[in-house]
Design a protein around this ligand. Structure first.
Ligand code: DGL
Length: 261
């Protein structure tokens, strides 16, 4: 990694949707993106496993010289952000499902949240709903298998279509008028989700808010700028396979190096 890069990590390639927003807002930073595809999906793993893994990744990225860390994964945030913040000396930006903005936007009073099982089961998510949903009803829809299917088969594929049919219908039936994309993989299929909802339903994704937060944190720490807009991608999985998925999702070919934290 170039020294002073912003490190970004996810269980896989969902965090590229966040990276896209980071690069749009802060194009002159250097980025090191780590996809922990060897352990994808985090959503079906235990909280303890994700916490340990997250700590190890954060420590290794700091050792490699990262100047800030973006946890571009709702599941890893729910399980590991507190522990990582307590252990790491660098600025940490994490993300969580946008329940708070959803509560400000809903008119029907029904908010849908699509996320992994692990995120929705976490005490952090329960707290988010208690503190920020107000009087509104929150329909938390777990989407087991979806992140994996997006990576394995591609967004526009029959397995993803089938999973979305099952996961989105309950939100449409309940009258949700705001749907929170509570997993960073789901913006890849935002159009397919919208197609299963009535016209006018708002989809909320947190990429831009994370980019603004990163800008604030870098600026407060005197760390803003100084890069050349470079991007390096690494994965704990098989580089050739990951590179093919990156090309499909990101739209351009990027070299992928193997890295084990
Ligand atoms: N992209 C991750 C998130 O935002 C989770 C995908 C997974 O289950 O690994 O929650």
């Amino acid at each position: 990694m170039n020294p002073n890069s912003v490190a970004v990590f996810d269980s896989g390639l969902g965090g590229l949707t966040v990276l896209h927003a980071l690069r749009a807002r802060l194009p002159h930073e250097d980025y090191f993106y780590f996809a922990d595809t060897r352990f994808l999906p985090y959503g079906d793993r235990s909280e303890a496993f994700i916490r340990e893994r997250g700590l190890r990744i954060a420590e290794a990225l700091a050792e490699r010289g990262a100047k800030a860390l973006v946890i571009a994964c709702n599941t890893a945030t729910a399980a590991a952000a507190e522990a990582i913040r307590a252990a790491a000396a660098l600025p940490i930006v994490a993300l969580e499902p946008g329940v708070k903005p959803a509560a400000a936007l809903t008119r029907s009073g029904v908010i849908g949240v699509l996320a992994t099982t692990r995120t929705l089961d976490s005490s952090r998510f329960q707290r988010l709903v208690t503190d920020h949903a107000g009087p509104h009803r929150v329909l938390a829809q777990a989407c087991p298998g979806l992140a994996e299917a997006i990576e394995t088969h591609g967004p526009d594929s029959p397995p993803v279509e089938r999973l979305l049919d099952a996961f989105v219908a309950p939100l449409a039936d309940a009258g949700a008028d705001v749907v929170v994309l509570g997993c960073t993989h789901y913006p890849w299929v935002a159009g397919m989700i919208a197609a299963r909802l009535p016209a006018g339903v708002t989809l909320l994704d947190t990429g831009e808010a994370v980019a603004r937060q990163l800008e604030r944190r870098l600026s407060a720490a005197g760390l803003l700028g100084g890069g050349a807009g470079q991007l390096r991608v690494a994965s704990s999985g098989a580089p050739a396979q990951v590179a093919a998925t990156v090309a499909r999702l990101w739209g351009t070919k990027l070299p992928v190096e193997h890295w084990e934290p």
